[in-house]
Design a protein around this ligand. Sequence first.
Ligand code: ADP
Ligand code: MG
Length: 446
Amino acid sequence: MEQECWGRIRSELLSSLGKDAFTNWIDPMELLEAGGRVAQFSVPTSFIGNWVSRNYGESILGMLQAEGLKVDRLDFRTVSAAKAAPDVTRTEAKAAPVVDLPGSPLDSRFTFDSFVVGKPNELAHAAARRVAEGGQVTFNPLFLYGGVGLGKTHLMHAIAWETQAIRPEARVLYLSAEQFMYRFVQALRFKDMHSFKEQFRSVDVLMVDDVQFIAGKNSTQDEFFHTFNALVDQGKQIVISADRAPGEIEGLEERIKSRLQWGLVVDLHPTDYELRLGILQSKAETQLKTMPDVQMDAGVLEFLAHRISSNVRVLEGALTRLFAFASLVGREINLDMTQECLADILRASERKVTVEEIMRQVADHYHLRMSDLLSPRRARSVARPRQVAMFLSKMLTSKSLPDIGRRFGGRDHTTVIHAVKKVEELKMTDSQIAEDVELLRRMLEA
Ligand code: ADP
Ligand code: MG
């Protein structure tokens, strides 16, 4: 009965997914049993299990339920030669390319789809795409480097996901350099070097993350070097990441440094304002999907992109905290709430622009004197620039509203609030103002 249901679901999936996807993902699965509210499937690799669960899990569950099966969860059990007989050498494993590889788990969020591309990372992104497409190995290794939180690990996981999607038969192994060392040391201890070597030399794509970790660890470096050479000789793709360029990793043997430079060395540059804003927009969209009740003011993301210029992980953390806070206390996310909620993060990434500098630049830009901005004059030719300057003061410094008001000729904080709102509105409707603000911001931040 279960198997008949599964048979029907399979044919439905075949017609809805198409032959290729069906052959790659659904065909290798077997329904083992559906009882105790769990439908258990066997899959040849945990990768296939993860993929199916991530992409088709909900539909399959729905279809099982529609067939009248009392299940509310899917479970994937990897049935592989490796698990069944962990002690044997890997000769059998080689014959059957479905054996699980000893890699690190892949984060399902780290895909090309969720990677926002901007000037600072476009080359790295393009190279990663090229590697994932497969075909002729044109640069080997691909060496990605850059500061913390700029997306190296994200790109490597994306390569793994994409490669598996395009070529499910390819054996992709992703692991941190630390894990590489751990495996190596274990193999030495258990006198299991043969299978260690076999494992690593039978992959099609090897990715080692944070390779600076093995600097100074000499026997691990040696083994890494041999593995590396063996794979390159077989025309297999290698992707390496590190926090700095190959030549700058201290404690790394010269021959390894030079070997790492044979391929394509690409760096991920620190993020710029546009990229940060793009990333924030994409992450906020994702968050809003899960918390549709949360309201967010338009200027908040821009504010964060201005003010948090360190790594993307900090940006993400800030956004997560804002959403958590907003949904807990039921408040909308606006500038004030943001400044309050993220005071620590904002302080840590404070830029040293002063209100006086802002006034000077703004006055200059509009051909006014600084004293005009402080004066009580209300003519639009003075009032607008004054509002722009107040807006920028709120955006670029961490001065409080009353404080900003005081510096603008002893005005009230409500005047500042009004100015901020006004400029935010005008930026949407008046392209001249939008340009002015953008230009001033760039000059002040330069
Ligand atoms: P690294 O390995 O370089 O230290 P990660 O790849 O771990 O950095 O990235 C840190 C966080 O920032 C991750 O959550 C990642 O998804 C996110 N991230 C970094 N760059 C981007 C980008 N261009 N688009 C979307 N998310 C990004
Ligand atoms: Mg990383």
